[in-house]
Design a protein around this ligand. Structure first.
Ligand code: ASP
Ligand code: MG
Length: 405
């Protein structure tokens, strides 16, 4: 018999009735003879309301206190699920992050897992107890409560599965799996049966919200097969696994879009050593991450430089660059929030040339202008006007033969 880790997201534990459903599922697995460790998120909406509460006191709440506050969301569901399981005849115990222990660094709000001690989990399992772990949280070396970043329960689940060398890690959510495109945008989107870690990593990094990106990094590093599936149906979901031969036959596995970035352009920047560093160092110092960057060289010794940042950081980044522009004597700085990034991802790109050309031609047929392009070995992204995002995704989905029959 195996050891199964099951993670239940916010919508799956949104109220007591749903927690009861989750308990049924956990008990069913347990009754099949498996050891079960259930990892839970906060009830949907709870993390957001806790953040809003804290912000009523202070727009930027103290990070240590905020983490301790947010961790109560997962504490609530973990304890309720443990009580529910026990009341249904299957003894269970909850463990918070610090009790497991999930040891992290001290980066409140976005802590990284350094080490997981699973002795306590193991000893509970050997007493035939079901173990319920509060996701999203850990503790630093001094015992402070930390959280792992939004969506971090996925990472808790995969990391705990890795530490326990679990036989399966099932991520239960409100969708039936990973799709070739967002079904709300593309009616002919299909569920993907198997997707490689690498593709999932690329898709998470461009904003597909099914799995927190760090959970995929963990899964890939420790070879944890992850099954993304719905807690509202019995349907098989999507397996996130090592790449296999069949996967390369598909040129593009998924088309995604992301409207969460904004663009900043510095015009007529001096084309000399050290200028790019001057432009990006203060952005980095402000903790803002930059995504796409393009720079053109001009004959005049001046160059235009454009980059994208998260919309949430746009105003701060623009203000920083206005200052920088004065110092480096750039002619002008302007920005644009009405942009979207659309991407095609697939390991098949490695062995099929011409994917970029096909993507550009497809967008051109729709009259969509491309503002910026970036690529990785298995992904091509284009920045376009936001109002064309849906149209672009639909067209690409058809172009690459992904439409359901
Ligand atoms: N409750 C946290 C959030 O809303 C973590 C999670 O759900 O994975 O981001
Ligand atoms: Mg999630």
């Amino acid at each position: 018999m195996g050891l199964i880790v099951q993670k239940y997201g916010g919508t799956s534990v949104a109220n007591l009735e749903r927690i009861r459903n989750v308990a049924h599922r956990v008990i069913r697995t347990h009754n099949q003879g498996h050891d079960v460790v259930a990892i839970v998120s906060a009830m949907s909406g709870v993390t957001d309301s806790l953040i809003a509460l804290a912000r009523e006191i202070n727009e930027s709440p103290d990070k240590r206190e905020l983490d301790a506050l947010l961790a109560t969301g997962e504490q609530t569901t973990a304890t309720l699920l443990a009580m529910m399981l026990t009341s249904m005849g299957s003894p269970a115990q909850s463990l918070m992050g610090f009790q497991v222990q999930v040891r992290t660094d001290q980066c409140f709000g976005n802590a990284r897992i350094q080490d997981i001690r699973v002795d306590r989990v193991r000893s509970l399992l050997s007493d035939h107890s079901i173990v319920v772990v509060a996701g999203f949280q850990g503790c630093d070396a001094e015992g402070n409560i930390t959280t792992l970043g939004r969506g971090g329960s996925d990472t808790s689940a995969v990391a705990i599965a890795a530490a326990l060398t679990a036989d399966a890690c099932d991520i239960y959510t409100d969708v039936t799996g990973v799709f070739t495109a967002d079904p709300n945008v593309v009616s002919k989107a299909r569920k993907i049966d198997r997707i490689s870690y690498e593709e999932m990593l690329e898709m998470s990094s461009i904003g597909a919200k099914v799995l927190q990106i760090r959970s995929v990094e963990f899964a890939m590093k420790y070879n944890v097969p992850v099954h993304v599936r719905s807690s509202f149906s019995e349907e098989e979901g999507t397996m996130v696994v090592n790449e296999d031969n069949g996967m390369e036959r598909v040129v593009v596995s998924a088309v995604t879009m992301n409207k969460s970035d904004a663009r900043i352009t510095l015009r007529k920047v001096p084309d000399s050593p050290g200028i790019a560093a001057k432009i990006f160092t203060p952005i980095a110092a402000a903790g803002i991450s930059v995504d796409m960057i393009i720079q053109n060289t001009r004959a005049s010794g001046k160059t235009d430089l454009t980059f994208t940042v998260p919309k949430a950081d746009y105003k701060v980044a623009l203000a920083i660059e206005k200052q920088v522009a004065k110092e480096i004597e750039a002619e002008d700085v302007f920005g644009d929030e009405n942009i979207a990034k659309i991407s095609v991802t697939g390991v098949g790109m490695r062995s099929h040339p011409g994917v970029a050309a096909r993507m550009f031609a497809c967008l051109a047929r729709e009259g969509i202008n491309i503002m910026m392009i970036s690529t990785s070995e298995i992904r091509i992204s284009c920045l376009i006007e936001q109002k064309y995002a849906e149209l672009g995704v639909q067209a690409l989905h058809t172009e690459f033969g992904l439409d359901a029959a």
